[in-house]
Ligand binder design. Structure first.
Ligand code: URP
Ligand code: ZN
Ligand code: ZN
Length: 461
């Protein structure tokens, strides 16, 4: 049966338009008026915004960091769809030392296939670089994994020579390299110093990973990408104005450098670390920053030099593994939940408070992630022929955020008590109602694996 979504304000790429949407099968079949036939199911979107489904390109479901995160791909994607995110692209965790790129892909297909509610893709993860790894890049890309992540810290950080070789090959094969930017020597030095001095509370976590630690790493990565023939580069979880300005400068120089920030860096700040116990909730890397940094990140979104907002959802329980850090912040598993609140927070704190307009909101939560990560125009836009992944958002609904209204498995939310103005009330994926009247309408395994296309710079710029 066809579906008509009637009377909503559609967030089209060219701007908001009041029109109806005809859905046939899994696709958008028409945008306009006069679609309703007798055998159509009509969804009344009067007073609502109709958005392309959100795309969160930075989650860590079911990740093993020594302890395992509490959200798997089922609870994580249930939470996603309740928050208006219809596609996730997950960053795989590290595998055993020396493993090849396909090793973790196999492991993650095991974690994901038959388990997801939202549609899903997977980013590759790089633990070392040699000829064998480089020669796997073409097959990873042809199997639908055109983006891979490297780290400048943690156990499997890469050295500069290896990074250049990797970036160069990714560029030639149509890959986009994502990178976690923090200077490992700086943060290791500072962490060891604080531990030696007995400064072990949560508030030393941000002090051990200062803003310059991120900025140095971003600056270096941009240079390495230039050396690799202007390889495309995607900087994940940008948390500081310094890093955002470096990305702006690179883009002004014509380099294909892209930046992602996250809701936590836009609306939370380092005062959250003051209480030693509560502070554990916010131990994530990079850490929350001084409040003044937030303006630079909003400006980056508004002016287009930060292209995406993703969550870095990586959840551990406060009554569980987060307590590993209670006597020593360096032992606390890094990460926080957030996949369900990305659209509500961005809409409320961004659009409602006039920090960004509706077009920018849609671009950063949906269209840009789709373009960068090989999903456009199937996903990320309301166009005839695109998947009917749609979110109906009530711009006037006010919700006080509480853990008990959310659907992820974590036992807390970093946004407890915050008021959201605007809330998603219905989610469709490929023309199927997935959330309606606060109920999940599909079963585990509904979400499909998305074999993503190679990266092309033209599509984006
Ligand atoms: O603290 C965080 N962000 N944990 C997840 C892993 C990462 O660095 O993205
Ligand atoms: Zn990271
Ligand atoms: Zn991450």
């Amino acid at each position: 049966m066809s579906i008509v979504i009637k009377g909503g304000l559609l967030a089209l790429e060219e701007g908001p338009v009041r029109a109806d949407i005809l859905i046939e099968g899994e696709k958008i079949a028409g945008i306009g008026e006069g679609f309703a036939a007798e055998d159509c199911q009509v969804i009344d979107a009067g007073g609502l915004l109709v958005l392309p489904g959100g795309i969160d390109v930075h989650t860590h479901f079911n990740i093993d960091v020594g302890v395992r995160s509490v959200d798997d791909f089922t609870s994580g994607t249930v939470s996603a769809v309740f928050g208006g995110t219809t596609t996730i692209v997950d960053h795989m965790g590290f595998g055993p030392a020396g493993c090849d790129l396909h090793h973790q892909l196999e492991v993650y297909r095991g974690y994901t296939d038959g388990k997801c509610i939202a549609d899903y893709g997977i980013h590759g993860v790089v633990q070392h670089v040699d000829d064998r790894i480089l020669d796997e890049i073409p097959s990873m890309i042809s199997e639908g994994i055109p983006s891979m992540k490297i780290y400048l810290t943690y156990d499997y950080r890469l050295g500069d020579e290896d990074i250049i070789r990797f970036l160069d090959r990714m560029r030639r094969e149509g890959g986009l390299t994502a990178v976690h930017c923090e200077n490992h020597a700086v943060l290791t030095w500072l962490r060891q110093k604080y531990v030696r001095e007995g400064k072990l509370q949560a508030k030393y976590h941000p002090l051990s990973r200062p803003a310059y630690c991120e900025a140095e790493a971003v600056d270096r990565m941009i240079s390495l990408a230039q050396a690799a023939g202007n390889a495309p580069l995607y900087i994940v979880h940008v948390s500081t104005g310094q890093a955002a300005c470096l990305i702006r400068a690179a883009r002004r120089a014509g380099l294909p450098v892209y930046g992602e920030t996250c809701p936590q860096y836009l609306v939370l700040d380092d005062s959250s670390y003051e209480d030693p116990q509560e502070g554990l909730k916010y131990i994530m890397s990079p850490p929350l920053r001084a409040k003044e940094q937030q303006d630079f990140l909003w400006k980056g979104l508004r002016e287009g030099y930060l292209q995406t907002v993703a969550t870095d959802h990586c959840s551990f329980d406060m009554h569980g593994d987060k307590q590993l850090g209670k006597d020593d912040f360096t032992k606390c598993p890094n990460g926080a939940p957030g996949v369900e609140l990305r659209l509500p927070i961005l809409f409320s704190e961004g659009v409602k408070k006039k920090r960004i307009d509706l077009n920018t909101f849609v671009r950063v939560v949906s269209t840009n992630p789709a373009k960068l990560f090989g999903l456009y125009p199937r996903k990320g836009t309301i166009k005839v022929g695109s998947d009917a992944d749609l979110v109906l958002l009530d711009p006037d609904m006010e919700v006080k955020i509480r853990k008990n209204i959310l659907h992820d498995n974590a036992d807390y939310t970093p946004y407890e008590g915050m008021k959201a103005a605007g809330w998603p009330v219905m989610t469709l994926i490929r023309g199927h109602k997935v959330v309606e009247n606060e109920r999940l309408c599909v079963k585990e395994g509904f979400g499909q694996f998305l074999a993503r296309k190679p990266f092309t710079v033209d599509l984006f710029d």
